[in-house]
Design a protein around this ligand. Structure first.
Ligand code: DC
Length: 225
């Protein structure tokens, strides 16, 4: 029986960083599902399709071949063989991802890929709907939150580490819009599953969050960590 750990939360809550670190500690595979939505947004952009036009986005879906592979323990995302891991990390692709993620057709395609990926391995999977839709039977579900200010600061740090600069106001606006879009969409919106444990990371550093999650996993009796 494979062990699945679901981590959901809003943008900038630290999900991917934390999920990656927890997976490394446990020797599990980390699956960042946001990168897949970002990859769809990138493909739409490159094909000249508008993110807010559902039929335009759906028209290219059949030709998109998304793959995940692991290089030195890190997830890489490929579109038709091209490594787009870094190209999808920009703030713009985050906005595009939130838009294309509202389309049932996009979610259905990515759900199939996500469910295939968890079949044969122990995973820590992060996203918005992992505990509610993708892995509803996961024995451990975590919902990570943090204040808007803390999340904006983290995103600015992430962008500056990539050599990209953005001002606080535009990132705040983008994040508020993303929160709204993610929480209010009809299909698989961001929400805390009833059996999720909520962790507010506003005043925690990465190590504290990792330790908190490992403690939750231990308390659930899923494995000895
Ligand atoms: O986690 P992220 O910032 O990379 O996610 C980008 C967008 O993708 C996010 O705003 C909403 C969407 N998303 C989703 O709808 N469901 C997921 N499981 C993961 C991401």
């Amino acid at each position: 029986m494979r062990i699945r750990i679901a981590i959901d939360g809003p943008s900038g809550s630290g999900k991917s960083t934390i999920a990656k670190a927890v997976a490394a500690r446990l020797g599990f595979v980390h699956i960042d599902t946001g990168a897949m939505f970002r990859a769809v947004a990138l493909c739409a952009y490159r094909s000249g399709k508008k993110w807010d036009n559902e039929s335009e986005v759906l028209s290219i879906l059949g030709g998109i071949n998304i793959d995940i592979a692991y290089v030195q323990g890190g997830q890489r995302v490929y579109v038709s063989g091209e490594d787009v891991t870094d190209a999808v990390r920009t703030a713009e692709m985050g906005v595009g991802a939130a838009a294309v993620a509202t389309y049932e057709g996009v979610r259905e395609k990515l759900l199939q890929i996500q469910q295939r990926l968890v079949k044969s391995r122990n995973v820590v999977m992060d996203g918005r709907d992992i505990g509610t839709v993708v892995l509803p039977d996961a024995p451990v579900k975590i919902f990570l939150t943090a204040s808007l200010e803390a999340r904006v600061q983290r995103r600015l740090n992430e962008l500056s580490a990539m050599g990209l600069t953005h001002d606080v106001d535009s990132i705040t606006q983008q994040m508020q819009k993303r929160d709204y879009d993610d929480t209010n969409r009809a299909s698989a919106p961001l929400k805390c599953a009833p059996d999720s444990v909520m962790v507010d990371t506003s005043d925690m550093d990465i190590e504290q969050v990792i330790e908190t999650i490992l403690q939750i996993i231990k308390e659930k009796g899923v494995l000895d960590v």
